[in-house]
Design a protein around this ligand. Structure first.
Ligand SMILES: Cc1cc2nc3c(=O)[nH]c(=O)nc-3n(C[C@H](O)[C@H](O)[C@H](O)COP(=O)(O)OP(=O)(O)OC[C@H]3O[C@@H](n4cnc5c(N)ncnc54)[C@H](O)[C@@H]3O)c2cc1C
Length: 215
């Protein structure tokens, strides 16, 4: 599946305009986004803001090759809808719908398939990263920008902004069979988790609760 976008508004055209916007800025910049899921307070100082709100398109899904190409600020809700339409899902899907693909790579996303597929960035195949020099670098595990590729996870925007991410997808089935397992203490829970992770389960997730603060 390939998305159709007006020629003046293609990813390449918007990427070029954004790079120009960054070059025109003086001093540190911050992102102007529609949503945020930071665990810490956002910096609300009056830094110039790079408007990345329209970098939210799913560009292409190739379920046979096992990848999806999407712009960095694409919320997972949209990415998942596009991949499901092709019979696939991103290998790791963070729980909150508004977490974006680039934010999850820069912020080390994980979720219920991570016991099998690792963290969000482990499924990344290539990225276009807008760096502080106003250039966009195509980074892969094997090209001359591999240091940026491997250093990008957990960088929280300090090394640059991911404008496009090609991420691994896995095939989906039509239904998911759900099983609940209850444990009364943490030792039993961790033993149970081990058994589940060694099983054929596709997703493993858990919630801890207690009447007191100690489990
Ligand atoms: C209530 C809550 C629940 C959460 N649940 C989950 C969960 O289920 N699974 C999970 O994995 N994580 C979860 N997180 C953590 C979340 O994935 C990270 O905080 C992630 O970085 C947020 O991504 P975002 O797209 O909302 O980015 P933002 O909150 O906008 O930005 C987060 C940081 O990443 C940087 N950044 C954002 N986009 C880019 C980009 N394209 N390129 C480079 N840097 C960028 C920003 O500058 C900022 O420093 C949760 C967080 C909260 C607050």
């Amino acid at each position: 599946m390939t998305a159709s976008i007006a020629p003046t508004n293609t990813y390449a055209a918007r990427r070029e305009r954004l790079a120009q916007q960054l070059l025109a800025a003086t001093g540190p910049v911050a992102l102007k986004k529609k949503s945020s899921n930071l665990f810490r307070d956002r910096d609300r100082t009056s830094k110039p803001r790079l408007d990345v709100r329209d970098f939210n398109h799913v560009l292409e899904v190739d379920p046979r090759a096992g990848w999806a190409d999407a712009e960095g600020m694409t919320p997972y809700a949209n990415l998942v809808l596009a991949t499901l339409a092709c019979g696939a899902m991103p290998a790791v899907v963070p729980q909150l719908k508004t977490i974006t693909l680039g934010g999850a790579v820069a912020g080390v996303g994980l979720e219920a398939t991570s016991f099998r597929h690792g963290l969000v960035h482990h499924g990344v195949l290539e990225m276009d990263i807008l760096a502080g020099d106003g250039k966009v670098y195509l980074c892969t595990p094997h090209n001359e920008h591999q240091d940026l590729f491997f250093g990008f996870a957990n960088s929280y925007g300090t090394l640059g902004y991911a404008l496009r991410v090609r991420t691994m997808t896995i095939p989906v089935k039509k239904f998911v069979r759900l099983e609940h397992a209850h444990f009364q203490d943490s030792s039993a829970c961790f033993r149970g988790l081990q058994v589940l992770c060694d099983s054929a389960a596709d997703f493993v997730d858990g919630v801890c609760s207690a009447r007191t603060n100690t489990i």
